[in-house]
Ligand binder design. Structure first.
Ligand code: UDP
Length: 477
């Protein structure tokens, strides 16, 4: 049979957290729309949410199957149903959650044995899938969920350990060997790189690094024009086979998709859009810290004061239910900002909001999905990293792309304990919203947003890389 006509069967196995599942669903839809036979492997509790988001996509010739596995929450001491990282609310639960994922191997083994897909796209946090897939001669492709820049920065820190050569936590050092001079402090280096103790997460992190040289390749949610020097560095200096196919959020082909990304919105979308419609272009600040970060009440209080002091319009997403406002909102806050500020308690339709013409700035924790969604929407950002690889992403936005201003976060993993004062928030917000500097950042961001859209069109860099990925898989059939 002519390999060009082979119906590719591609399975996705995303990590159970919104920041990993959302782009995996986008990828699954993208691959299915290109004619592949696609399945997503997920757990019972996560399945209905994923099903909701793929059902709309279901039409003749484009089907995504869900393959359900059991998640051993109870076996590791987690409450029954704790199958998504955002539900693991303490450091102990966080470690147990990662331990549970290492117990999924027999179920994935069965699935691969039974279905024999042409490729398994498995999250970076499932390192054991590399050897498992190899057992069946199936290429395991890694999905990291981050950008080339962050992968290059991490590789350099791991190889060179420059943070061991400075005399204090706050003394800046240059990340060696990168295309640009990028400075960090030891306090901003991820704890899992520095710590000697072997937690479940740390074991998994190093296992995922150890298998990388044996993985078939890497799918990257980015586009070439965003970070060409780092895309080249990743491939030629680090020697990784990679296909950039992003921004994945742009593939949601219905507006409705953007509403339903991840979870159901905590606000009526029409009401939200109407509110945005009533504002001038580029006049609203969007504030969100992603799906996982939890801020202390005193930090939220500083944010509220900072936002009010700017006098800017804003939409602020807070992971709190209605009821305990007195602990994190200054008295009378909502009354005073009525008409100017909208608080969304819970889950926001983020892409829908960011893409609205009224949005003029974004305060972000620099999770890669959010950062890229900000780039795609063409908005300048206030960067407020917290954990994971977010401090690298901050540097890409501020130092390399020059479309962001740091709020001054200094300590990895200490959001809330390392409080940022309202004055710093006010200052950073004003820098991205008004004045010449803001206009410069905004026009660079808008230009990148246009390039992002070009990248996914026929002949664009991401579309071409996706074709190359499919051709590569077909050549193996
Ligand atoms: N998100 C959303 N609404 C929210 C919070 C998050 O739609 O209220 C989406 C956001 O658009 C992004 C993802 O959830 O696609 C979060 O991923 P990211 O990498 O930014 O951060 P994480 O949550 O993994 O820290």
């Amino acid at each position: 049979m002519d390999p060009k006509n082979t119906q590719l069967r591609i399975f996705f196995f995303p990590f159970m957290a919104q920041g990993h599942t959302i782009p995996a669903i986008d990828m699954a839809k993208l691959f299915a729309s290109r004619g592949a036979d696609v399945a997503i492997i997920t757990t019972r509790v996560n399945a209905p949410l994923i099903a909701k988001s793929i059902n709309k996509f279901d039409r003749p010739g484009r089907k995504i199957e869900l393959l359900i596995i059991d998640f051993p929450s109870v076996a590791v001491g987690l409450p029954d149903g704790c199958e998504s990282l955002d539900l693991a609310r303490s450091p102990e639960m966080f470690q147990s959650f990662f331990r549970a994922t290492t117990m999924l191997e027999p179920q994935i083994d069965q699935i691969l044995d039974h279905h024999r897909p042409h490729c398994l796209v498995a999250d970076t946090f499932f390192p054991w899938t590399t050897d498992l897939a190899a057992k069946y001669g199936i290429p395991r492709v890694v999905f990291h969920g981050t950008c080339f820049f962050a992968l290059c920065a991490a590789a350099s820190l791991i190889a060179n350990r420059p943070y061991q050569k400075v005399s204090s936590d706050l003394e800046p050092f240059v990340i060696p060997g990168l295309p640009d001079e990028i400075k960090l402090t030891r306090s901003q280096v991820p704890g899992f790189l520095k710590e000697e103790v072997e937690t479940d997460f740390i074991k998994l992190y190093w296992a995922s690094k150890e298998v990388e040289s044996r993985c078939y390749g890497f799918l990257i949610n980015s586009f070439y024009e965003l970070e060409p020097a780092y895309a080249d560095y990743y491939r030629s200096v680090l020697g990784r086979r990679a296909w950039h196919i992003g921004p994945l959020s742009l593939y949601s082909d219905f507006e409705e998709d953007n509403v339903q990304r991840g979870s159901s919105s905590s606000i009526d979308e029409d009401q939200c859009l109407k509110w945005l419609d009533s504002k001038n272009p580029d006049s609203v600040l969007y504030v969100s810290f992603g799906s996982l970060a939890s801020l202390t009440n005193s930090q939220l209080l500083e944010i509220a004061k900072g936002l009010e002091a700017t006098g800017q319009n804003f939409i602020w997403v807070v992971k709190k239910a209605k009821g305990d406002e007195e602990e994190w909102l200054p008295e009378g806050f909502e009354k005073r900002v009525e008409g100017k500020g909208l608080i969304i308690r819970g889950w926001a339709p983020q892409v829908l909001i960011l893409d609205h013409r009224s949005i003029g700035g974004f305060v972000t924790h620099c999770g890669w999905n959010s950062a890229l969604e900000g780039v795609t929407a063409g908005v300048p950002m206030v960067t407020w990293p917290n954990s994971a690889e977010q401090f690298y992403n901050e540097k890409l936005l501020t130092d390399v792309l020059q479309i962001g201003v740091g709020v001054g976060a200094l300590y990895w993993g200490r959001a809330g304990k390392d409080e940022i004062k309202s004055e710093a928030i006010e200052k950073a917000v004003n820098r991205v919203m008004v004045g010449e500097e803001a206009e410069g950042m905004r026009s660079r961001a808008k230009a990148l947003g246009i390039q992002a859209r070009k990248a996914i069109k026929e002949g664009g860099s991401s579309s071409s890389d996706l074709n190359a990925f499919f051709e590569d898989l077909r050549s193996r059939v």
